[in-house]
Design a protein around this ligand. Structure first.
Ligand code: AMP
Length: 603
């Protein structure tokens, strides 16, 4: 499969044709200096002058050349601002195009450029899916306390003033790569990802979700950047405006184009030049480096506090990947956080598409220090491929992991005594994915009027009532008709006999066929637009099979992790394998919520 990725900036265009699974480029093209006499298309060694071309004119020249003899299956478009509406990659139709246009006031330099790319590419490739991938979408999970400005409510509502965050595909990509490298599920990790390029931002990624990021409603807030000031006392602007007689356009120029490393150093926005001059004794360049590093350190400390700790700090983009000096200044003396910096390893860091991750913490450092090569085009191509493969809507990109719940038993304290002997303590065998729950070493035989099932695993901790969860097939084997129930709801259910090593126990109630359900954290529920006890429909797609489960219960709790639980019969129907002797087992499968469902109100 090949995906065309179109990234239209305010003065340049980047085009890539690549395999979304390997990241391998079939071709790339760049257009520089749009709307100037020197505008040119660069493809390999060829340079084609296109003087004064705007986005549309440049794309009319660039796209046919790039695509000649290179068929593509989908197009991914980088769109900078998705506003409050777009919180996931979205298949583009006319209505989506209009919505992106309507968001232009939030990103006046970027969204119109992104739109020009979409219009040109759709005209040339009208029959394949086009997908918008938003810079802001990854940060849609930020809690309200992190995204709100302390401004009057009326003004906030009138103009949609809030923090959105940017560089989403990069932060999401490097977080994922860090998870692979650390061999940890992202859902259990707290990461601080530092995208340090000409534009720069830091994100706190907790459990795979952005919970705080340094850019705000616009890409001006936060770190020192090439030509952008980042954080600044707003009083300074009032003062400069008054004293210099600067109007809004003047302040815009000052903050966006004349500040940052350029403003501090007085020599330019490229850190390579600044580092060279600083080494030769230039005081302004030294200060520029110190202010840049200091600001990043401040954010790292703040985000460790936001997440209550950190497992790894990730550096990426031009400066993060290539400036050992800047990484040194930022990451030294973070021992108090548990991050022990290794100077030699830092100096030797080299990352590439083939080797995207390098570590520069000391062996044994509790907090790992990583450099990850970002690849925004690949992240965009990946999302475009996912959506174009049949998913139809915004929430389609938000996949829910599946776990298969094999038959199992919950016991009271008294039942443990009766079955395993007085005072017996359940022995944890394996933690389950839902926090605090564990599978036990202990197993029991379940006896019904017709048959018996041996080796049914006990799950801990102990509960106030006994409960035996089985599948439909198990019910037939036992000869009992158990109702489909939520876990914990055992009133008016049939009883069953349990046999253990120290005795047997006949329960008067407690046998249920567990209702399929999805555990969600409140943040997930907000993202999917559902509430606790909503009943939804989900589609499972494994290996081209398209199976829909209706009547799926949503359970929301702050102690839950996002996961759908199926019993073994349902998993078999969906051709999902898993199961591990009675433990809830992740399958590698995933599901999508569908809008067409009872009580599911996502709009
Ligand atoms: P990006 O926006 O991610 O392409 O990053 C571009 C910036 O990375 C440039 O403006 C440089 O300041 C910085 N950069 C790239 N390579 C190096 C290097 N070897 N040393 C220091 N800074 C670098």
């Amino acid at each position: 499969m090949h995906v065309l990725v179109v990234n239209c900036g305010s003065s340049s265009i980047k085009l890539d044709v690549l395999d979304p699974h390997t990241g391998e480029r079939a071709a790339t093209a760049r257009v520089e200096r749009l709307r100037s006499p020197g505008c040119a298309l660069v493809m390999g060694d060829a340079v084609v002058p296109i003087p004064d071309a705007d986005h549309a004119a440049a794309l009319a020249v660039a796209l046919p050349r790039l695509l000649e003899g290179r068929p593509v299956d989908a197009v991914g478009h980088r769109v900078v601002h998705g506003g409050a509406r777009f919180d996931a990659p979205t298949l583009i139709d006319d209505a989506v195009l209009e919505a992106i246009a309507a968001l232009s006031p939030l990103a006046p330099l970027h969204n119109p450029a992104n739109l020009a790319g979409i219009v040109a590419a759709r005209a040339l490739l009208p029959t394949i899916p086009h997908v918008a991938v938003f810079d802001t979408a990854f940060h849609a999970t930020m809690p309200r306390r992190a995204r709100s400005y302390a401004l009057p409510k009326a003004l906030v509502e009138k103009y949609g003033l809030r923090r959105y965050g940017f560089h989403g595909p990069s932060h999401a990509w490097v977080a994922q790569q860090a998870g692979h490298y650390l061999k940890e599920d992202l859902r259990g990790l707290r990461l601080i990802t530092c995208h340090l390029g000409n534009g720069a931002s830091v994100t706190a990624v907790e459990g795979g979700r952005s919970v705080e990021t340094s850019m705000g409603m616009t890409p001006l807030e936060g770190l020192v950047m090439g030509t952008r000031a980042g954080d600044i006392d707003p009083g300074v602007l009032l003062e400069i405006g008054r004293r210099e007689g600067l109007d809004v356009a003047g302040l815009d120029r000052l903050l966006n184009h004349q500040s940052g490393l350029l403003g501090l150093s007085g020599v330019g926005n490229d850190l390579r030049d600044i580092e060279a001059l600083a080494a030769a004794g230039d005081e302004d360049c030294r200060l520029a480096i110190q202010v840049f590093a200091h600001r990043v350190r401040k954010y790292i400390g703040a985000y460790a506090a936001v997440m209550g700790g950190v497992d790894a700090i990730v550096f990426t983009a031009g400066i993060g990947e290539h400036s050992a000096l800047m990484r040194h200044r930022i990451a030294q003396r973070l021992d108090f956080l548990g991050a022990r910096f290794d100077e030699d390893r830092n100096r030797d860091v080299r990352v590439s598409a083939a080797h995207p991750v390098a570590e520069f913490s000391e062996p044994g450092s509790r907090v790992r220090l990583l450099v990850v090569a970002t690849d925004e085009a690949r992240a965009i191509a990946h999302d475009a491929a996912l959506l174009s493969a049949g998913a139809q809507s915004v929430e389609a990109a938000s996949r829910i992991p599946i776990a298969i719940s094999a038959r199992h038993i919950h016991l009271t304290r008294a039942a443990v005594d009766a079955l395993f002997g007085p005072g017996h303590a359940l022995t944890p065998y394996k933690p389950l994915s839902q926090p605090g729950q564990f599978a036990c070493e202990e197993k029991l035989t379940v006896v019904g009027p017709k048959g018996r099932i041996a080796n049914v695993r006990v799950l801990g901790p102990e509960r106030p009532e006994c409960q035996v969860e089985v599948s439909r097939t198990d019910e037939f084997a036992l000869g009992v008709d158990a109702p489909v129930r939520d876990s914990g709801d055992v009133a008016n259910t049939p009883g069953v006999t349990l046999e253990g090593p120290a005795g047997s126990l006949t329960l008067s109630k407690g046998l249920i066929c567990a209702r399929r359900h999805i555990h969600m954290h409140p943040d997930d529920a907000a993202r999917f637009g559902v509430k606790d006890r909503d009943v939804v429909e989900v589609a499972v797609d494994t290996d081209g099979r398209d199976l829909t489960f209706g009547d799926v219960l949503i359970r929301v709790s702050a102690k839950y992790r996002l996961e759908m639980h199926l019993d073994t019969d349902e998993a078999n129907a969906a051709q999902l394998s898993g199961g591990d002797g009675g433990v809830l087992a992740s399958t590698g499968g995933s599901v999508r919520l569908r809008r067409r469902s009872v009580g599911f109100d996502a709009e």
